[in-house]
Design a protein around this ligand. Structure first.
Ligand code: ATP
Length: 251
């Protein structure tokens, strides 16, 4: 990895950029993943590179949804593997469920590399190498999914996903949790719960919330989910961007 001094004002963002670049070199991440990272970086800059109140609210609702689910599933793509492989394993452990590799630009080689990486980081079960079902409404490679994983899940976490797949999963009747720094993306607008935060901060935070809420009564979890309003949270996220810009750059 390129040596980035910790004192650099953009340290966290440069480390993330380097991790995605390494992901491309090692074959986990597609070259298009670099562009997705650039878009994410831009929104993180606008947000002030912090976890906002709206992201906190969405993370709590997401943890409640995952804990209430009969069959929750966690999707991992090339950017997710490059940025938070270990943290996704910790989340899967906290929920005692498998991870599923699911790629936009699918190649069997890339799926295997990501599955191997997750196993190397301690994942107990990784799905996605032998998909046996298709999500309706998507073209073949992008539709592939696994029974016992994403295909028959009732709640799916899809970090850094595109709008089509999010919409197709919602159309199957699933509750979908997105992690996406762009509050205006189709994914953020279609998902049941959208965590507008950097995946580097969002996944450890979500695991923490899952652990914190694991003893909470089901009725209380249900209330948290019922009270959650995704449209309101996305409006709040855009207001948080505007407020940050006004305070920081245009006082
Ligand atoms: P949509 O179809 O939902 O409008 P898109 O075409 O903008 O999505 P992609 O280019 O597939 O989406 O990018 C994935 C999304 O992931 C982008 O909205 C980007 O802001 C977000 N993203 C990229 N990197 C990160 C990150 N590190 N943390 C959180 N979100 C990220």
């Amino acid at each position: 990895m390129t040596d980035i001094p910790e004192s650099h004002p953009r340290y966290a963002s440069l480390v993330a950029r380097e991790r995605v670049a390494q992901g491309v070199k090692k074959g986990y991440t597609s070259s298009q993943g670099l562009i997705a990272q650039g878009r994410g970086e831009c929104f993180d800059y606008l947000l002030g590179e912090r976890t906002t109140a709206s992201a906190e609210a969405a993370t709590t609702a997401a943890a409640a949804l995952l804990l209430m689910a009969a069959r929750p599933a966690l999707s991992v793509n090339g950017n997710v593997a490059a940025l938070v492989a270990e943290e996704m394993v910790a989340l899967a452990d906290a929920l005692a469920i498998p991870l599923e590799v699911n790629l936009f630009h699918r190649s069997e080689e890339r799926v295997k590399k990501i599955a191997d990486l997750l196993r190397e980081k301690g994942a107990k079960e990784v799905l996605g190498e032998k998909p046996d079902a298709s999500v309706p409404g998507l073209d073949h490679a992008r539709a592939l999914a696994t029974r016992g994983g994403i295909y028959d899940a009732d709640v799916v976490l899809i970090p850094l996903e595109d709008g089509d797949r999010c919409e197709a999963l919602v159309a199957m009747g699933k509750k979908v949790i997105a992690i996406d720094l762009n509050p205006l993306s189709r994914t953020a607008r279609k998902a049941t719960v959208s965590i507008v935060d950097n995946i580097l901060r969002a996944v450890p935070h979500l695991t923490e919330q899952v652990r914190r809420l694991s003893d909470v009564q089901r009725a209380d979890l249900e209330r948290m989910v019922q009270e959650y309003d995704n449209e309101k949270v996305l409006r709040q996220a855009t207001a948080e961007i505007r407020d940050h810009l006004e305070r920081q750059f245009l006082p």
